[in-house]
Design a binder for this molecule. Structure first.
Ligand SMILES: *[C@@H]1O[C@H](CO)[C@@H](O)[C@H](O)[C@H]1NC(C)=O
Length: 210
């Protein structure tokens, strides 16, 4: 019985797909009306308002489906990415400051120690931001309060990361200074982008376009 039905089922199944596929081929690939339904395009457009759009899209594009064109989710994911980079940098700096050969250079070792503290502070600020984003208030007032905290803490995180680089100003040029400055700079760019996406989200809600 089933074996007799199978060819018919297959026929119906494939005709259905054929019909489904037949329609979209009529629309041109260069459609003049792009709806905001494309998750990839949403990330690219949002990233274009950041200071480092290429870095922004390269670090966030693989979350396109999870973000699903939701500016709140995008802000959350970008904070999470920045947090994870800051954590990694803190661990790296901590490893460097434990290395005995830099113990002899007082300035370098004190700058490393301060940098570790700066990155620890940045991590705390971003962890708090992420927690706040996960429990956003639903009323206008509690939402604004939560989001102004997130904006404040993300700016603080950026300042903390800047302090690390500043702390190396008086340290003689060398491998440690170069590597730490480069890593701190890279995290700073990611954090700056996250702050921009947080601001973009706040503006989206404020202007009622969400
Ligand atoms: C989504 O947008 C990207 C970038 O503009 C484009 O390359 C891609 O083809 C689009 N996908 C769909 C399904 O429209």
């Amino acid at each position: 019985m089933l074996s007799q039905l199978l060819p018919i089922i297959f026929f119906l199944f494939f005709s259905f797909f054929f019909l489904l596929n037949a329609k979209p081929t009529t629309s041109s690939p260069i459609s003049p009306s792009p709806p905001p339904s494309n998750n990839t395009q949403f990330i690219l457009t949002s990233c274009s308002s950041t200071l480092y759009p290429d870095l922004c899209s390269s670090s966030l594009l693989h979350y396109a489906d999870a973000v699903s064109s939701d500016p709140a989710r995008l802000a959350r994911v970008s904070i999470a990415v920045s947090l994870s980079r800051a954590r990694r940098t803190a661990a790296y700096v901590s490893g460097l400051s434990r290395q005995a050969d830099y113990g002899s250079d007082q300035r370098a070792s004190s700058a490393l120690h301060d940098c570790f503290t700066n990155f620890g502070d940045a991590v705390d600020a971003m962890r708090g931001s992420l927690k706040q984003m996960r429990q956003l208030g639903t009323t206008g007032e509690s939402f604004r309060f939560s989001m102004s905290n997130v904006q404040t803490w993300m700016s603080a995180a950026l300042t903390d990361e800047e302090s690390c680089t500043d702390g190396f100003e008086d340290v003689a040029e060398g491998r440690v200074k170069k590597e730490v400055s480069e890593k701190a700079e890279a995290v700073k760019m990611v954090t700056s982008n996250a702050l921009a996406l947080v601001n973009r989200f706040v503006n989206t809600v404020a202007s009622g376009t969400q």
